[in-house]
Ligand binder design. Sequence first.
Ligand code: NAD
Length: 493
Amino acid sequence: MKNPIDENYKLFINNAWQDGVEGKTFKTYSPANGELLATCVDAGREDVDRAVQAAWAAYNSWKDVSRDERFRLLMKLADKLDENSEKLATVESMDAGMIIRESMQEIPRGNDELRYYAAAMKTDEGGINVPDRDSINLVFRESLGVVGLIVPWNFPYGLAMWKIAPALAAGNTIVLKPSSETSLSMLEFAKVVAEVLPPGVFNVITGRGSTAGNYMLAHDGFRKLGFTGSTDVGFTIAKAAAEKIIPATLELGGKSANIVFPDCNWQKAIEGVAFGILPNQGQLCIGGSRVLVHESIYDRFLADCVDFFNAIKVGNPLDESSQMGAINNASQLKTILDYIALGRQEGARVACGGYRITDNGLGKGYFIKPTILADVDNKWRVAQEEIFGPVTCFIKFKDEADAIRIANDSPFGLGGGVWSQDINRAIRIARAIETGVMWVNCYYAVPQGMPFGGCKKSGIGRENHHRLALDAYTQVRTIHVSLNPDRMGWYAS
Ligand code: NAD
């Protein structure tokens, strides 16, 4: 496919491409070779305000579009996006550095979110209940208004769709800010939106967190904030929401434990360790970045994992034979390399990888060899902090209680895995570990019907193909009807 990326992108407000009022821009570069990809608008305060106003103007009619019609529009949007899947996936891989095999899954999955929530909205039957002979409660869910969505750079399309789809299906209108590292797939998404949805229903403000992001948080026009990103920025979002008394869904960081028992399916557990940390170059909130291995198998299991990691083909994201692509940006590349150096200082043994790849034509891009830090103590910073790269820490445990203690000794609680063919043990361990998701004999499977989100510092709220996400973009209202003119209220009965 020829380069599908435009040289310049504007802001998407009211289904029109608009310049930023202040005229500021930023550039976005290829993680695979460092070359300029596109120039985008660095939105100012007034731009955010224009987008919010457009979204409110659209809300007044979008919220009242009949369910049938909204369903039809969202299904049509999903179909049109599917027709553009290859283009969207290419843009995503060029901008985010993820391999094309992965983005070709991410885009259709994201589009399916629209179908899921359109159907969930259509089949919502609400509720009536009868508290006593003389009255009825009519209980129903309603949209919130204009919602502000702020998303990160690691799965720019998929994570945005986790929010966009339930928000639209519920009847809200949207102002979305993608990461300034990866704005392009959402801007391309907006081109398709313009063909299907009424003006103002979906708007994109591009810009940095410190500018456009902050202006969004300062704006009084939002009825909800939906955020995916780091725990640090999550605190800022939570404070902004609290000051305005609006809800916020927060999908934050993780440091998940992937726990291997001696009675595991050996080969599958090795694959599970690799599949737990290497997709998207380990820029995976849910990544199994701590591998807890029983002491009786530790050396042998580590050696086999090293062989597996060493055989992974790291290459150009657009090359279909690549198994791992590029780190998203120069700053993240430095962060990962700094953490590897820190691991060495703390006493870790670098069992494989541990360096930037500069040969085979990859020297201008941001590529890192899959890395295992072995013999790590769970108290060390490399085991406690999110590295967000293809780096996992191997930690020994003695018994079940030890594994549970180590796994829970983390500020985060997003995911984790257990590898054991003793199903009672596997479920016992899974229940004892405080995370949003625990996988048993698999890792990083995110099917429909699986609420995704964190415990502890990993966030608040659930997303991914689940009714809970639709609920999160609605509010419950009740109309209480008296059937008896003499009955005014409980106190007057
Ligand atoms: P980040 O927190 O730096 O940025 C996320 C978004 O917030 C970006 O759009 C950024 O521009 C914006 N932002 C930054 N500062 C802001 C501010 N002061 N005000 C308003 N907006 C601001 O995160 P990142 O580096 O883009 O993404 C990586 C992080 O995301 C990791 O911590 C990862 O674990 C997390 N993540 C979590 C999940 C999940 O579902 N729990 C999924 C993916 C990524």
